[in-house]
Design a protein around this ligand. Structure first.
Ligand SMILES: O=P(O)(O)OC[C@H]1O[C@H](OP(=O)(O)OP(=O)(O)O)[C@H](O)[C@@H]1O
Length: 209
């Protein structure tokens, strides 16, 4: 598919891709203790993958949402050469309602979910801010010897030069899960469709069903 072409993705396709990665995570015995969905695109995949991470006799994995939005940063001098994207934090973790299960993320397996890894700016921000928070809590609570494992799940990873990195350890230890890798196409997700029937037909015609 040419990079400037639109790629239509159906709900069924997303469901199947979540299932594939969910089973892969379970097969590796890497079931997360908590899912962190990046709003808005990570919310539907997070909910779907949770069904495939379910283990009989175990409680449902809690889902927390963090709100991250990308906005055009014109640079300090409004210099077009330096246009970049800045991440704005609109919502963060709330442990209040999780007290019976968690007092923090320390020592937990955390699965961060988003629909797409485009320039990687958002995921880089999410991982580094969450890691920073865990380190601060570890120091505060004197729990430095409890390893915390971050993983990432995205439906689509765009095969393109990235603007930010993810931790080397995460990538090399197989804790980055992209259900599928695509070119730099325009991805049309079903939740943005005005006519879902037409959208699903277009997705089917491209084999994304
Ligand atoms: O890899 P990146 O270049 O950082 O891009 C990926 C991010 O961009 C989109 O979020 P957006 O800010 O558009 O918000 P939304 O999820 O609410 O649509 C998408 O949902 C990812 O979070």
């Amino acid at each position: 598919m040419a990079n400037d072409e639109k790629m239509y993705i159906s709900y069924n396709n997303i469901h199947k891709l979540c299932k594939k990665v969910g089973y892969e995570i379970i097969a590796k015995d890497e079931r997360p203790d908590i899912i962190v969905a990046i709003t808005g695109g990570g919310m539907i995949p997070a909910r779907i993958i949770r069904s495939f991470l379910k283990v009989k006799g175990q409680k449902n994995i809690p889902i927390q949402a963090i709100g991250l939005s990308l906005y055009e940063d014109m640079g300090v001098h409004g210099d077009t050469e330096n246009i970049g994207k800045e991440v704005i934090r609109t919502q963060w973790l709330d442990f209040g309602s999780l007290e019976q299960h968690f007092d923090s993320l320390i020592g937990k397996k955390i699965l961060i979910v988003d629909e797409v890894d485009d320039t990687r700016t958002t995921l880089h921000y999410a991982v580094s801010e969450l890691q920073k928070e865990v380190e601060e809590q570890q120091k505060k609570l004197d729990r430095l010897d409890e390893p915390t494992q971050f993983s990432i799940f995205v439906i689509h990873n765009k095969d393109k030069p990235k603007k930010a990195e993810l931790p080397k350890e995460m990538m090399e230890s197989g804790h980055y899960y992209a259900a599928t890798t695509v070119g730099d196409s325009w991805l049309c997700y079903p939740w943005d469709a005005e006519d879902i029937d037409e959208h699903t037909k277009l997705a089917a015609a491209q084999g994304n069903i």
